[in-house]
Design a protein around this ligand. Structure first.
Ligand code: RIB
Ligand code: CA
Length: 304
């Protein structure tokens, strides 16, 4: 898989999970939770911490049309506040994430693209190289849902770049969506953070500190959450641990021009016989205890 990310606390743990359970071919970064300079630095740090030699390419610094908008209230100004992080040692390999995605998908067979931030890079790649749709195994993204978190209708990744999301949801190939309906079931609660803190080594201590920070920005803003939501891990685990999820296929489109609904993913859940054919496998439920157990295992795999 190639992960396209905007670290971001939940992106960070998604990289750890991918590093442990997947063939992480490459990583690209995008502006989202923080400016792309910050998300790239954070991705470099995480790849150092898991000892990954996967290439890292910086991508879009702004959405296709919408203005750049970030989430410091959730992830801090750095995009990865809350832990004492080592300086990144490895460089970024280029500033051409889109070219890297296109070239790699044309040379590697069976690649999954796993975007877990705004979909700008993926949309640019699909638009520049329409043949990718028939070459890749599919796209497993974190985004959307039957409700939003940035507005009542729109989830951040789709809201940040709705035009890009519309391109991706309409690309015609295999698509798996981990929206808020499933991701909110996977929370780093205090009890679970304590389990991470019991794991020896630098990575576990950093992840536990990051989860503590993430909890501190998430829980006060939600009546019904007791931990930071590990959204992005769901998009990776859709491929590494598919047995932990309940999915159904639906037709999904993205609203790009609604007065109140721009960035909404409209998921057709009707039981009508005459409706648009599905274009998306939607993840609805996760066995969160088993999923978090795998996450603790992944942290332990790199705790030396
Ligand atoms: O809405 C949650 C998504 O927005 C996650 O990917 C999180 O990292 C942020 O990018
Ligand atoms: Ca993200």
């Amino acid at each position: 898989m190639i992960i396209d990310c905007d670290p971001g606390h939940d992106d960070a743990i998604a990289l750890v999970v991918a590093g442990c359970f997947a063939d992480l071919v490459g990583v690209t970064t995008v502006a989202g939770n923080a400016p792309v300079t910050h998300t790239t630095r954070n991705a470099r740090i995480m790849l150092d911490l898991i000892g990954s030699s996967a290439p890292l390419h910086r991508g879009a610094e702004r959405p296709l049309v919408a203005p750049p908008r970030h989430a410091p209230e959730v992830h801090g100004e750095s995009g990865l506040d809350g832990a004492v992080l080592p300086e990144p040692s490895r460089p970024e390999d280029s500033r051409d994430a889109v070219g890297y995605i296109i070239d790699t998908c044309r040379t590697e067979e069976g690649l999954w693209l796993v975007p877990i931030g705004p979909l700008t890079n993926i949309a640019l790649a699909l638009r520049a190289a329409p043949d990718l749709a028939g070459r890749i195994a599919g796209i497993s993204l974190m985004g959307g849902g039957t409700h939003g978190n940035r507005t009542p209708a729109a989830e951040f990744n789709v809201w940040a770049d709705p035009e890009a999301a519309a391109i991706v949801f309409g690309y015609g190939g295999r698509l798996i969506m981990s929206g808020l309906d499933v991701t909110h079931q996977l929370q780093a609660t205090p009890e679970r953070i304590a389990r991470v803190r019991e794991v020896p080594g630098q990575l576990a201590a950093i992840v536990a500190d990051l989860f503590d920070f993430f909890l501190s920005t998430y829980v006060p803003r939600h009546e019904n959450l007791t931990g930071g939501v590990l959204h992005d891990a769901c998009a990776v685990m859709a491929l590494t641990h598919p047995h932990l999820f309940v999915t159904r296929d639906h037709h999904v489109v993205v609203e790009t021009s609604g007065d109140f609904t721009t960035g909404m993913t409209l998921i057709d859940t009707r039981r009508h016989r005459h409706k648009s054919p599905p274009n998306c496998t939607v993840q609805w439920e996760v066995d969160s205890e088993a999923a978090f157990g795998a996450i603790v295992g992944a942290v332990g795999a790199f705790s030396h």
